[in-house]
Write a new protein. Structure first.
Length: 366
């Protein structure tokens, strides 16, 4: 009897914990939906075609130059920080001996950097990159400063990803005669690539947010309202695309690769590099493609695109979407359709958005 009572209590505890997990996930999802909805409701009424003019003045307060500079600075910061962060993490996990005082100093410095306010980074960048190195008020100086800001995040995520790789992979590589460097680049890094990629994905919104925090004190009230909407729209769409690729398309793609057979005599072999390539191809591809509404909004605002053009070439666009879906997914119909349907929906949303912007431009011109 005591055994059955203990089993019943364990079942009730398991049910309670499961309900707590589901409740927590539901609350987190509702909070995300509320934040996104609040941003859209507060930001959409302020959308005007003048906000995407190529030239900035005090009348149109165009956000297009600042938007393009933000994206360019974020990409440059990632290009600077990624090699340094990944290289430092590889040294800390693969080469440095346990108990090495240098490892303790580097990790302490990394944790300290993650807690420094952004204004201190800006002051350091102004003194070192702008004044000492004579880079001036340039994008390169800003990107170098931002690369220092995101370096702790990339190093922590990369180090945790490398530590999560089982030692059996390293031992197996050494057993067949591979050297240390070959093992790192051929075995360890491909296995840790999804974790490293998650660090890059997490760092991109952080870069955009830090850029906005740094420049927001110099913005006018109207510019602040508009910039909040556009900055949040960029990272929300990018993250939505990445999550769609990871949770919706990637499972179909993996199942297709495992179940597809040309012949019973031919056995398909998959390794870690195949998985990481597929992972990056699907998630990054969907993340970039989900930024399509932003591109349509900008092109419509500056007069390059019209809703009539988008409606006329809708069939051509659907064919192009199918081609893009075939590129970012493996050669099966199910995963291609799973990628194509969200893209078609994004295209229809972009047509409606372009029509609204075009009508506003027509009213203003008359």
């Amino acid at each position: 009897m005591s055994f059955f009572k203990k089993q019943d209590s364990d079942d009730r505890l398991s049910l309670f914990l499961r309900l707590v997990v589901y409740l927590s996930a539901s609350l987190a999802g509702l909070a995300t939906v509320f934040i996104v909805g609040y941003i859209l409701l507060k930001g959409i009424p302020f959308l005007r075609p003048e906000l995407f003019s190529w030239t900035y003045n005090s009348e149109n307060v165009s956000m297009l130059p600042a938007l393009l500079n933000t994206i360019l600075m974020a990409i440059l910061a990632l290009l600077i920080a990624l090699p340094i962060g990944i290289g430092a993490s590889v040294y800390l996990t693969e080469y440095a001996k346990s108990g090495n005082p240098l490892v303790t100093v580097v990790r302490l410095a990394t944790e300290t950097l993650s807690g420094i306010p952004s204004v201190i980074y800006g002051l350091f960048g102004a003194l070192f990159f702008v004044k000492f190195l004579n880079l001036g008020l340039s994008i390169v100086a800003g990107a170098a400063t931002l690369s220092i800001m995101i370096l702790p995040l990339i190093m922590r995520t990369t180090e945790e990803a490398l530590l999560s790789v089982e030692d059996g992979y390293r031992e197996g590589s050494f057993a067949i005669g591979a050297g240390k460097l070959r093992t790192i680049f051929q075995v360890v890094l491909p296995s840790a690539l999804p974790g490293i990629f998650s660090g890059v994905v997490l760092a991109f919104p952080y870069i955009v947010w830090e850029i906005w925090k740094f420049i927001s004190p110099a913005l006018m009230p109207n510019e602040k309202k508009n910039s909040i909407f556009y900055i949040n729209a960029i990272w929300i769409l990018f993250m939505t695309g990445v999550l769609t690729g990871y949770f919706l398309i990637l499972p179909f793609a993996i199942n297709f690769g495992l179940l597809f057979k040309v012949s019973d005599n031919i056995v398909q072999l998959f390794d870690l590099s195949d998985y990481t390539t597929l992972f990056l191809q699907v998630t990054m591809g969907m993340g970039v493609v989900f930024l399509f509404p932003i591109a349509v909004y900008i092109l419509t605002s500056i007069g390059i695109l019209t809703p009539k053009f988008l409606r006329t070439y809708r069939r051509h666009a659907i064919v192009l979407i199918m081609v893009v879906a075939a590129i970012i997914t493996p050669a099966d119909v199910l995963s291609m359709m799973a990628a194509a349907l969200p893209l078609v929906l994004l295209y229809e949303i972009s047509v409606v958005m372009s029509n609204i912007i075009y009508k506003k431009m027509q009213k203003k011109s008359t």
